[in-house]
Design a protein around this ligand. Structure first.
Ligand code: BGC
Length: 752
């Protein structure tokens, strides 16, 4: 560092720019070619022997260009399932394996840090990036992220846990102020990060775009130094999200070590800041040192000779299996798994033929192929109606042509945003409908019908109300197919190829089975058929509540519904004063997801933690004992059905006098999953809850406080299916933390 000039240091703490956005220069050109398509690099200081290291997205796999100019080789990456599906497995070992496979691709393609995982809380069902996120619950989010990070980093490459913190909407994401109580911040929005960071030590943390209580997270010393480093003991590097925050010198002061992908004015602001004394050079040096530490660990600095040949075949099996395990069986009236008599399948729904592997934007992966449901069924030995296939292929090809023409038109009108337009999630065309005659003939010729409902998910936009609800054509398709097939004595299965929850209450009585397949990565069709055929019994459970109407979630009062997204790639806009756009009041406070629905007894379509299996389980012999400063809960789970399966067991606590104390009626504290149990086989699961984890955040004391008294420990198959209630006493305890990031003006917070 002593050999670096001030200018060297100022370059070093910002990246090398981004093609098409922040200008071009020789450094950018050279670093960009390291791994084409990567999101960014650090700044090389060649004369000092400091190479640029490569930062690439994440999270559903490595995102780099699949082809390179003048090079006949390909650089495809495996498209793994979206984050929501991974979390729905509740299987941390499996998630770690997925992370390990992703990390191998990072390393073998010459990248150094994967910009993942993403674990913002699913505050509202319509957040556009929920597909990348894990849960409405911080324990699920934190444990999932921790397993993912551990897996990736086993390859000696880095991760970047993101977006720290409270990036819970896409609308005006560069300039939205998330206003919340210190309690909600600590208990809900930071808790998952705290768990993952303490358990898995990600090499880097990525701050978010938004403000929290009036201050950009990347400019918040309270967040990046006091909470992250002083309280949680984090020793790694912090970087901004791409073009996040405004004041480079302030970001440096806060301890946001690196600004990505970097812009000229940030360089100027840092140099000027040091010269004027606004920024202490010691602060800059501290950040430089942390980036140096990161580089030192990187494969590139270590001279790792990457092969450009990760084991894509092995990883295809990893994604196929993990995807099947995260699918959630929502309803099953003896329709699944298909029995031996099912051979001919009538396949409806656009996405059956054009299966969606994952989301758009930075979370996309340049995969070599996607196995559609059609191909999956064929691979599984089923016969799919050719007539339907041809009809759909023509319909889809025409719809695609029309959509492409419309996009081109849009790009011509708005050439500045032409590149962005390609990135945005585009709505799917209306569903194809059939006459009663056509349907009758199709029903005669097949043994079962599958209807897939699809939703595109992606970055930059929040989902629209219409995206949650079924379209008229979808509703008609379900009604008509169910009607005709049922009259013909045949069953109908609805498959959901989606990235976030949709409306189900009004139609779920119609089909015989519903399977949520999420967006299941490149092997999606095969994974679905593994479940439909019974090769794999479904064992996923929901990590979020499925409300009856999206307005049932209390947070919807304070969420941008169908607003202009205000896409501002380079963060050139300023914050205005429009509710839910420029600022969002988190009035639901800690009552997010099931904490709200269950505490206020608001009916739901499917509760948090819900998911069926092809077999049944019996819980018995639940016990609790105190072990040092923790409670140990054991429960016996027996497979009482006819086929093998795995069961997820959820442990909630219910605090004494929770209503009077304004605490949720229950909160998840631990979970476990059985191994694959054969019929009649059982397993005793052990779940541990630390006494300190019974605490709620008390703002007045600025402390985590465990209230003395008797706590209930609820062993459940979902938040609304409690199988055993245990009781244990807790002593009062209090852990003080810094009183930071307060609300700037009081909010009308929901209370029980
Ligand atoms: C996203 C990040 C991503 C970054 C780099 C941003 O738009 O918010 O999640 O890692 O771009 O591509």
């Amino acid at each position: 560092m002593s050999k670096m000039s001030l200018e060297d240091k100022a370059h070093f703490v910002i990246g090398t720019g981004m093609a098409g956005f922040s200008g071009d220069n020789a450094v950018i050109g050279a670093t960009r070619n390291l791994v084409p398509g990567a999101a960014g690099t650090t700044y090389p200081l060649d004369s000092l022997g400091i190479p640029a290291i490569v930062l690439a997205d994440g999270p559903a796999g490595l995102r780099i260009d699949a082809t390179r100019e003048g090079d006949s080789a390909t650089y495809y990456c495996t498209h793994f399932p979206i984050g929501t599906l991974l979390a729905s497995t509740w299987n941390t070992q499996l998630i770690e394996q997925v992370g390990q496979a992703i990390g191998e691709e990072v390393k073998e393609y010459g990248a150094d840090v994967l910009l993942a995982p993403a674990l913002n809380i699913m505050r509202n069902p319509l957040c556009g990036r929920n597909f990348e996120y894990y849960s409405e619950d911080p324990v699920v989010a934190g444990k999932t992220a921790s397993a993912y990070i551990t897996g990736v980093q086993k390859n000696d490459v880095g991760t970047s846990i993101k977006h720290f913190a409270a990036n819970n909407q896409e609308t005006n994401r560069m300039n939205n102020d998330a206003r919340m109580s210190q309690r909600a911040l600590r208990e809900i929005y930071l808790k998952g990060f705290e768990i993952a960071i303490k358990e898995s030590q990600p090499w880097t943390v990525m701050t978010s775009y938004n403000y929290v209580n009036g201050i950009y997270t990347s400019e918040s010393k309270d967040l990046v130094q006091t909470i992250l480093r002083d309280e949680w003991g984090y020793t790694g590097t912090v970087m901004t999200d791409w073009f996040g925050g405004k004041d480079g010198a302030k970001q440096m002061w806060a301890g946001n070590d690196m600004l990505q992908p970097g812009k000229a004015e940030q360089f100027d602001s840092i140099v000027a800041g040091v010269k004027s004394g606004k920024l202490a050079e010691a602060d800059l040096d501290r950040n430089v040192a942390r980036i140096l530490n990161l580089i030192e660990k990187s494969p590139r600095f270590q001279g790792y000779q990457f092969s450009n040949k990760p084991d894509l075949e092995a990883h295809a099996q990893v994604t196929r299996q993990s995807a099947a395990e995260g699918m959630v069986l929502m309803k099953n009236e003896k329709a699944l798994p298909f029995d031996d008599k099912i051979k001919n399948v009538a396949l409806y729904g656009i996405t059956s033929y054009d299966f969606i592997a994952g989301g758009t934007g930075s979370g996309n992966v340049n995969h070599a192929y996607v196995v559609s449901l059609l191909d999956g069924l064929k691979n599984g030995g089923y016969v799919v109606s050719d007539e339907l296939k041809t009809a759909y292929e023509t319909y889809i090809s025409n719809a695609k042509k029309a959509a492409e023409a419309a996009l081109e038109e849009q790009a011509k009108k708005d050439p500045k945003n032409a590149m962005l337009v390609k990135f945005l999630p585009q709505p799917l065309p209306a569903e194809k409908l059939f006459s009663a005659d056509e349907l009758t003939k199709q029903a005669e010729a097949s043994d079962v019908a599958i209807i897939t409902l699809g939703r595109i998910s992606g970055e930059f936009l929040d989902r629209k109300a219409a995206d949650f609800n079924l379209s008229d054509s979808e509703r008609k398709l379900i009604e008509q197919v169910c009607d005709v097939y049922h009259k013909a004595g045949k069953q109908v299965v609805v498959l959901l190829n989606i990235g976030g929850v949709i409306e189900t209450a009004s139609w779920k009585n119609l089909p015989d089975a519903i399977l949520c397949a999420w967006q299941a990565g490149q092997e999606g069709g095969n994974s679905v058929v593994d479940v439909l055929s019974g090769k794999q019994s479904p064992s996923g459970k929901f990590t979020m509540t499925w409300p009856i109407k999206f307005t049932d979630a209390y947070s919807t009062k304070n969420f941008p519904i169908d607003q202009d997204p205000r896409i501002d790639m380079m963060n050139q806009g300023q914050k205005g004063d429009v509710k839910n756009v420029d600022y969002t009041n988190y009035e639901e406070d800690i009552y997010v997801g099931y904490r709200y629905f269950d505490s206020f007894e608001v009916p739901v379509s499917y509760p948090f933690g819900y998911g069926l299996s092809y077999t049944t389980f019996e819980y018995s012999d639940a016990k609790i004992s105190e072990k040092g400063d923790a409670y140990e809960i054991t429960v016996n789970v027996k497979n009482t059905g006819k086929v093998e399966g795995k069961e997820v067991v959820e442990l909630y606590i219910s605090a004494p006098d929770n209503k009077a104390a304004n605490k949720p009626v229950k909160e998840l504290k631990a979970f476990a999953k059985t191994k694959l149990l054969s019929p009649d086989e059982s397993e005793t699961l052990t779940l541990t809850v630390k006494a300190a984890d019974l605490a709620s955040f008390d703002e007045a004391a600025s402390a985590w406080v465990v209230a003395e008294g008797e706590y209930q420990f609820l062993v459940g198959a979902s938040s609304q299916d409690i199988k055993a209630t245990l009781k244990a006493k807790a002593k009062a305890q209090q852990t003080k933390v810094n009183s930071v990031m307060p609300l700037q003006a009081p909010l009308n917070l929901l209370k029980r």
